[in-house]
Ligand binder design. Structure first.
Ligand SMILES: Nc1nc2c(ncn2[C@@H]2O[C@H](COP(=O)(O)OP(=O)(O)OP(=O)(O)O)[C@@H](O)[C@H]2O)c(=O)[nH]1
Ligand SMILES: [Mg+2]
Length: 226
C-alpha cells in the first residue's frame, strides 16, 4: 500500500480503472490526458486491438508537486474488461493502491457490473490486497444514454462507497472521479503515515495542487476549486 520515500520526498501511487467491457475505462484516461497540463502528465500507452478494445492495459503517468516539497507520482492503469482477459486483469491489479470502478449506468448492464465487481474483489484478494480497506470510488458512466439507473437507486444499492455520475465521453465527471479517489487515498496516507501533520500536506493542499494541473475549461475544475 502507498509507497512514501522520505529521502527523495516522493509518494508513488498505482491506481487502476476496473469495470465491465466497454464501460468507458480507456475513455477516462484519454480525457484525463487531454485535460491535464502537459507538464503534469506523461505519454499515454495503450495496448489494444485494431478496434480499440483494451488487450492488456492503458497506462498514463501523472505527476505533481506540493508546496511542502513532495512529489506525487501516480500511475493510472485500465484493465481489459472483456470476460476472456481475466488473468490480465489480475496481473494489472498487482500492487494497486486504489481503484476506480467504472460502471455502465444502463439497466441492461446491471449484471455485467455485478460480475465485474465480484471479479475485482476476487482478483484483489488473490493478489493479497485487502478488498475492504482498498480505497475505491465507483463512477456511474454513460449518464447520457436512455434507461439508466437513477442516482437514488444507485445510492441505495451501493451504500457507503463514493459514487460519481459521469459522461466520460464528454469529460463530465472524469476529473471529479479522479479527485474523489485521491481524497480517499489522502485519508489512507494520513492513517498510515500521519501525512498531513508530519509533512504539511493537508487534504485541501493535496487536492488543490492536483486541480491546478487541469485545463481551465475542464468540466469539474471550477466546482472542485470552489
Ligand atoms: N454514450 C456514451 N458512450 C461512452 C461514454 N464513455 C465512453 N463511451 C463509449 O463507449 C465505448 C467504449 O469505451 P472504452 O473507453 O473503450 O471502454 P473500455 O471500458 O475501455 O472497454 P474495454 O477496453 O473493452 O474494457 C466507446 O465507443 C466510447 O466512446 C459515455 O459517457 N457515453
Ligand atoms: Mg479499454
Amino acid at each position: 500500500m502507498v509507497q512514501v520515500n522520505m529521502d527523495t520526498k516522493e509518494v508513488m501511487l498505482k491506481l487502476v480503472y476496473y469495470g465491465p467491457a466497454l464501460s468507458g475505462k480507456t475513455t477516462n484516461l484519454q480525457q484525463l490526458h487531454t485535460l491535464l497540463n502537459p507538464e503534469a502528465r506523461g505519454k499515454m500507452v495503450s495496448l489494444d486491438t485494431l478496434d480499440d478494445r483494451t488487450l492488456y492495459f492503458d497506462c498514463l503517468p501523472v505527476q505533481f508537486g506540493t508546496e511542502s516539497g513532495f512529489s506525487i507520482k501516480i500511475k493510472l492503469f485500465t484493465v481489459p474488461g472483456q470476460v476472456m482477459h481475466k488473468s490480465t486483469r489480475k496481473a494489472v491489479l498487482v500492487g494497486a493502491d486504489g481503484v476506480v470502478f467504472v460502471a455502465d449506468s444502463q439497466r441492461s448492464n446491471a449484471s455485467a457490473n455485478a460480475y465485474a465487481w465480484r471479479d475485482m474483489e476476487a482478483n484483489l484478494q488473490s493478489n493479497g490486497i485487502d478488498f475492504a480497506s482498498t480505497p475505491k470510488v465507483i463512477q456511474f458512466n454513460k449518464r447520457d444514454l436512455p434507461d439508466v439507473k437513477t442516482l437514488e437507486e444507485i445510492n441505495e444499492q451501493w451504500g457507503d462507497i463514493p459514487a460519481v455520475p459521469a459522461v466520460a465521453m464528454k469529460g463530465e465527471g472524469v476529473v471529479e472521479t479522479f479527485c474523489e479517489l485521491l481524497k480517499v487515498l489522502h485519508r489512507n496516507l494520513d492513517a498510515k503515515h500521519d501525512f498531513s501533520r508530519k509533512f504539511g500536506v493537508t487534504e485541501h493542499a493535496f487536492l488543490s495542487n492536483l486541480i491546478d494541473r487541469f485545463d481551465e475549461s475542464a468540466p469539474g475544475k471550477q466546482l472542485e476549486s470552489a
